[in-house]
Design a protein around this ligand. Structure first.
Ligand SMILES: Cc1cc2nc3c(=O)[nH]c(=O)nc-3n(C[C@H](O)[C@H](O)[C@H](O)COP(=O)(O)O)c2cc1C
Length: 171
């Protein structure tokens, strides 16, 4: 925790950083999952690497470690409803996660049919950063889906949700 700074200030300033909101897909064997995620950014061009910060307590963390891969599913900002449901472990049934249709990506990770675009990544490096692990993923596949190229991609400010700052109960 930053020295001599009230949590409220740290939260307010860190929440002011604009972030995407997406579904982070993961899988190990028969176990499939996806979670609402905001800490996502590109960090290198050679190789093309995407970093995601994942809580060590999340099911997703174990599945990315075991499966060695993850998918980033970008969503249209017109439909932010999935983000509420995917902020706890998802129900996997009949080719769906929380009733949203999925298919298997080239890394084996779930790709949402309704995503505006996806990136499929293999874990290039995992860095322990305390409460979270920073998974660096090499992009092995990516595409727009449907009319996704025309969509505006969902971001945190499209919802009333927050993530980040100092650790609170629940997260
Ligand atoms: C708006 C929002 C953004 C979030 N962003 C992240 C994130 O970037 N990294 C993370 O580890 N958890 C994030 N979470 C929390 C996870 O969605 C939550 O812990 C989820 O329960 C983990 O799911 P899992 O245990 O099924 O993997 C976020 C939650 C919300 C509501």
């Amino acid at each position: 925790m930053p020295v001599n700074l009230p949590d409220e200030i740290v939260n307010k300033v860190l929440w002011a950083i604009p972030n995407v909101l997406c579904l982070l897909g993961s899988r190990s064997g028969d176990e499939w999952n996806a979670m609402t995620t905001s800490w996502v950014t590109q960090v290198a061009m050679e190789p093309v690497l995407i970093a995601v910060g994942v809580d060590k307590k999340a099911v997703t963390h174990r599945l990315i470690e075991d499966g060695g891969a993850f998918s980033i599913n970008l969503w249209s900002r017109d439909d932010t409803r999935p983000f509420v449901k995917f902020s706890k472990p998802a129900a996997h049934e009949d080719g769906t996660l929380n009733e949203r249709p999925i298919r298997e990506g080239s890394t084996g990770s779930p790709i949402f049919e309704e995503a505006a675009a996806f990136l499929d990544c293999t874990v290039w490096k995992a860095i322990d950063v305390g409460s979270h692990t920073l998974f660096l993923g090499e992009v092995v596949d990516c595409a727009f889906q449907g009319d996704g190229e025309q969509a505006e991609i969902a971001r945190m400010e499209d919802t009333r949700m927050k993530y980040g700052g100092v650790r609170r109960g629940g997260h």
